[in-house]
Write a protein that binds this ligand. Structure first.
Ligand code: IPD
Ligand code: CA
Length: 266
């Protein structure tokens, strides 16, 4: 009989192998970075997004054929749910697609295993940076096998905060208003372009917090566990509808300060 701990170890190994498979496929196709399926006004969808998700799914399905999987590249409207006690995988094949498109190396493949609504094993692989982040619900957060931990920054005036720009008009959000709040209340605000790597950076003490409106569960599912196991805190502040989230993540020490500034219902 397998114990729960062994089970989680199996999930973690699978998450790492799957993230490596997805990320490596993107890395190995440098000439196809700009082969798009869809060119939206402020976004792109790549052939490689879809192919990398397929590589990830092949690894998961080969080990856990009965598990459900939710991926960014699923067909619109599909929403994999897991029955009680069974696992759901949450996959972002290329997080930071626009960076990848423009040959900026800040992108990653993110894979989370969720049990009863909680991520229990997670891997984030950034091939061009040579970084593999991992965590399980009862283990340390690691980057390339070494333990990582959050910064000791204790006030938002001294904090560097990652964010993104939610510019879709239909959400009614006010991205510049929120950005202005960050700029005036913190030492620096940064838009780097990969939410998963933003959270992993905070997990290793390279920055102190993250706030964004309009992101999806696959952007943060894996990295949130990595951050928590590194001593930080991740919090879903609000659901905006259509799967979009308002999300806050910090080193823990500045969490309530940043929340008080940003969580004003906008
Ligand atoms: C995006 C990145 C970006 C964030 C966007 C996400 P994608 O994911 O994580 O940092 O600001 O909200 O959609 O499209 O590159 O997978
Ligand atoms: Ca993403």
């Amino acid at each position: 009989m397998v114990t729960m701990t062994e089970n989680i170890n199996d999930l973690l190994e699978c998450a790492k192998d799957a993230a490596r498979a997805g990320g490596t496929h993107a890395l190995n196709n440098p000439g196809r970075r700009q082969d798009t399926i869809l060119d939206a006004a402020h976004d792109v969808k790549l052939e490689l997004d879809v192919e990398c998700q397929e590589r990830v799914l092949e690894v998961i399905r080969s080990r856990f054929p009965d598990h459900s999987i939710l991926g960014e590249e699923d067909k619109p409207g599909s929403s994999a749910q897991a029955a009680d006690g069974t696992c759901r995988w949450i996959v972002d094949p290329i997080d930071g697609t626009v960076n990848f498109f423009h040959r900026l190396p800040i992108w990653c493949c993110s894979v989370a295993a969720e049990l009863n609504g909680r991520t229990v094993a997670a891997a984030v692989y950034a091939p061009e940076l040579g970084e593999l982040y991992e965590a399980s619900e009862d283990g340390e957060a690691l980057c390339n096998g070494k333990a990582i931990s959050v910064s000791r920054t204790a006030s938002i005036e001294k904090a560097m905060i990652y964010t993104g720009m939610d510019i879709r008009r239909e959400t009614g959000s006010r991205p510049l208003g929120l950005f202005e709040k960050l700029v005036f209340n913190t030492q620096k605000a940064r838009i780097v372009g990969s939410a998963a790597l933003d959270l992993c950076r905070i997990a290793r003490g390279q920055g102190d917090g993250y706030f964004e409106t309009g992101i999806f569960v696959w952007d943060i599912a894996a990295a949130a566990l990595i951050l928590e196991r590194a001593g930080g805190k991740a919090e879903l502040l609000r659901e905006m509808g259509n799967g979009r989230l308002v999300y806050l993540a910090t080193n823990g020490r500045i969490h309530e300060q940043l929340k008080a500034v940003m969580d004003t219902g906008t």
